[in-house]
Design a protein around this ligand. Sequence first.
Ligand SMILES: Cc1ncc(COP(=O)(O)O)c(C=O)c1O
Length: 369
Amino acid sequence: MSVVSTPALHVGENISRLIPYQPGKPIEEVKRELGLTEVTKLASNENPLGPSPKAVQAMRDVAEKVYLYPDGACYELRQAVASHLNLPEDHLIFGNGSDEIIHYLGVTYLQPGDEVIQADPSFVRYEAAAILNDAPCIKVPLKHWTHDLEAMADQITERTRLIFIANPNNPTGTIVTHREVETLLNRLPARVLLALDEAYFEYVENPDYPRGVEFVQEGRNVILLRTFSKAYGLAGLRLGYGIARPEIVGHLDQVREPFNVNLIAQAAGVAAIADQEHVERSRQVNAAGKRMLYGAFEALGMEYAPTEGNFIWVDVGRNSREVFNALLKRGVIVRTGDIFGAPTHLRVTIGTQSQNETFLNALEEVLKQ
Ligand SMILES: Cc1ncc(COP(=O)(O)O)c(C=O)c1O
């Protein structure tokens, strides 16, 4: 057999710096690895109630149509979301998850050497979008686990093109207010676009939360990112959207893949947004779970950041990777803080009452060890 010498393949220096995304551990993997039958996953901020039954029915109804390409323009979904938001249809861009819109923002607006500003720690996909496009990502430390918008604004240079704010922030759950964002927007040079990532929008209770749509209607350089993955319970489907003025939507549409949102996702999205009762139930379960976990953390003497999302950032006061592993053995999956530079923190998704109880019982056992 002749030996073929394989020429070495090269990737760009920026590509070699990209770290593949580390998702929360899947339930089936934990069952396999630890021989467990019952596993509670509170690791990826999914909706413990699942999707609206109406969305599930809509997916069944279109399943046989998947031999057809989906509507690349997402006509019906666009109508449904536009009417829900009371905005014109040309203010929306849809993505295979809001992750895809973050990716499009990088590809669309960044040239090598341009700069991105984000908080630290915050959602990891912003930096990935920067690295992919050879753009330095300036990370500004959180203050009291909250975005420090003044310090972020101080980092704006001639090369700044994009600023990402996760609001509520992942992993800490904290928010910045309407007035704070408005002050930042007033400081932005015309060449800078602000991406306000509102993945947890539906869970927010604080009345000072930004009315982001007003910023869009004022014609500001802002895009809001929303998703069906969290309160709508459709994370496995991959459906998110951006809200911005038509000029920005048009730029993103130029780089969008032709059929980026699949046919089943479009049908489910239409049914899901029509079922606001399901969203309301999800909000109530989350609010009750938040109070339950706050109470338990206080009883345990643990500090937590006040959350506006469906997860809590809590300081367990000891090595959180050890706590994570001990919880895993008891069938509970959470996220450790060390990946976010906080070695004694956990990020735990708020579950149903029984999931929260399972988590708290396991945590108390672990802490006694
Ligand atoms: C702040 C934030 N933005 C975006 C996303 C991505 O959501 P999607 O499932 O819509 O891609 C997440 C997911 O965890 C998130 O926490």
